[in-house]
Design a protein around this ligand. Structure first.
Ligand code: SAM
Length: 230
């Protein structure tokens, strides 16, 4: 399988996710030591979506991040670039309206959504600021954004242990669980190269979001960034 380089050509990224789609969810659970479930609950709470609202779940993959929204009575639209991930999602949740689309050219009208969320997806997009501006375009004035993404652990000794885990332990464990280690070498490298909490907050502001704030989860392994369309 070709590994997406850090140039993040969307075609390479899509091929990479097509290849891991079948075992994506179980691999996630193992590699995050089950933490991903708590991260998803926190994302849902931060979004504060009400029953009947329409929410875009961008880079939704197999729909794992969309399911809690749908189950809370929200009209969630899962959108992703990888047809492999969408296919696995559609088989599992045929009731969800999966849409194929690129974060840099969203196939939706202006102001179509009450809120937009993206979990573990923004890091894979070649131009995150342009994607944040696209998300702003499809959000109604006053609507919300929540970005859930890997970030930078705040406690330096823990950060050192964690970076070691990412670079040394994660690829062989991923090979055992997912039979795909290349994608998880990319995962480790892309996490290391990603902006920290403050820098990502600035990207949101530069893209036009206001009331930008963030909160750390699991000591900063993950951060939730929030914003509002003026
Ligand atoms: C790590 S998965 C996250 C899936 C899901 N949100 C979750 O939390 O489990 C990242 C997803 O981002 C998608 N993706 C990457 N680049 C994209 C882009 N430019 N536009 C839309 N989706 C993209 C990939 O296809 C993949 O399904």
């Amino acid at each position: 399988m070709p590994r997406a380089t850090l140039d993040k050509d969307p075609r390479d990224v899509a091929v990479m996710f097509d290849a891991v789609a079948r075992r994506y969810d179980v691999t996630n659970d193992v590699l995050s030591l089950g933490q991903d479930r708590a991260w998803r609950r926190a994302t849902l709470a931060a979004l504060g979506a009400q029953r009947g609202e329409t929410v875009l779940d961008l880079a939704a993959g197999t729909g794992t991040s969309s399911e809690p929204l749908a189950d809370a009575g929200v009209h969630v639209v899962p959108c992703d670039l990888s047809t492999g991930m969408l296919g696995v999602g559609k088989r599992r949740r045929p009731d969800l309206p999966f849409v194929a689309g690129d974060a840099l050219r969203l196939p939706f009208a202006d102001a179509a959504f009450d809120a937009v969320t993206i979990s573990f997806g923004l890091r894979n997009v070649p131009d995150p600021e342009a994607a944040l501006a696209e998300m702003l375009r499809v959000t109604r004035p006053g609507g919300r954004l929540v970005v859930c993404e890997f970030s930078r652990p705040t406690f330096a000794p823990f950060r050192a242990v964690y970076t070691n885990y990412l670079m040394r332990a994660l690829p062989p464990v991923a090979r055992a669980v997912a039979k795909e280690s290349d994608a998880y070498v990319y995962l480790a490298e892309s996490i290391r190269a990603w902006p920290d909490q403050r820098e990502l907050g600035l990207l949101l502001k530069d893209a036009g979001w206001v009331d930008v704030a963030y909160r750390n989860l699991s000591g900063g392994i993950v951060a939730l960034h929030r914003g509002r369309r003026p």
